[in-house]
Design a protein around this ligand. Sequence first.
Ligand SMILES: *Cc1c(COP(=O)(O)O)cnc(C)c1O
Length: 374
Amino acid sequence: MAHVTQNKINIPMLDIKAQHEPIKEEIKQALKDILDSGQFILGPNVRSLEQEVAAYHHASYAAGLASGTDALYLCLKALDIKQGDEVITTPFTFIATAEAITYVGAKPVFVDIDNSTLNINASKIEEKITPRTRAIIVVHIFGQPADMDEIMSLARKYDLRVLEDCAQAFGARYKDQMVGSIGDAGCFSFYPSKNLGAYGDGGMMITNNAEVNEKVRLLRNHGTVAPYRHSFIGYNSRLDEIQAAVLRIKLRYIDEYNRKRSEIARIYTSALHPAVQCPAELPDRTHVYHQYTLRSPLRDKISSVLKDNNVSSVVYYPVPLHLQEAFEDLGYKKGDLPESEAAAETVLSLPVYPELSPEKAEFIADTALKALKT
Ligand SMILES: *Cc1c(COP(=O)(O)O)cnc(C)c1O
């Protein structure tokens, strides 16, 4: 009979419908107001969301954009990163981080990661700095803040710009600062599966630099300075009112969402440590667990036993960027960035979302442990 009960369990990586359920009336009302207003692009909801996100981060400015990828791209443009420049970043991230670098004609330079945080290894950055290096894109991967003090001090020493890719880290803190507010600009994605997710594509950049803010706002809207007056060639990268309204509602719950994610993480870590390598919990920063990513040489076995029990798990990321076919031209080969390559072979992300019950998290942890024992 236990077998029959188990078969009913079906645990996805995330459950967007479950997140919608308790806020659906608020969302319906907000959508109705927008439909009645007839204003769909860059309206009052976008303006209010920008103010609220800037205030949440204690940052001076925020600009709503079409996606996280665009946020990175437009910020690089606003910082005047261009052809001939080099931009240092991590190979252990979603491809968009490095794509944005190539969009402006610059060259991504990959620096290996730290084995315990999976973030860029700050102590390996300096050896990759050349006279062409102009910027560093730091990624707070899976919601774990990177070593910002070390990175900012290198940036000051070599006069480099710093972009924070916060696509997976909305609400994470580094010491007494919010991630995204530490470098020259912070870039966010509101893709539905992110820890702050819209009901479609969306993105945002935050900054304390008035010039960057001004430039990004013009870039997102065809360089329009006054109606049908364009001071330079821009893009169409605007956030729409429906996404902004959804995000304004979810923003009120983001700290609760993140807290629930870290409760799930605590359940996993207390059950799984030291049988697998659990995510590092560092005293000076808050991980928001966009993903709960363990490491084990037996991760394929864990994944298949979870699957047998109808529990999802995913390998983020199976191939580091320096070994992707898309970046073949950069000339990297296997063995160049061994920590990233080792991570790609041992990581496994378990389901983590605010609506996942502690009982289910315990079941997942127990199932993973059983996989290691058989
Ligand atoms: C999702 C993601 C992006 C891209 O965001 P989009 O909104 O999908 O364009 C960039 N960087 C990282 C680390 C991401 O996870």
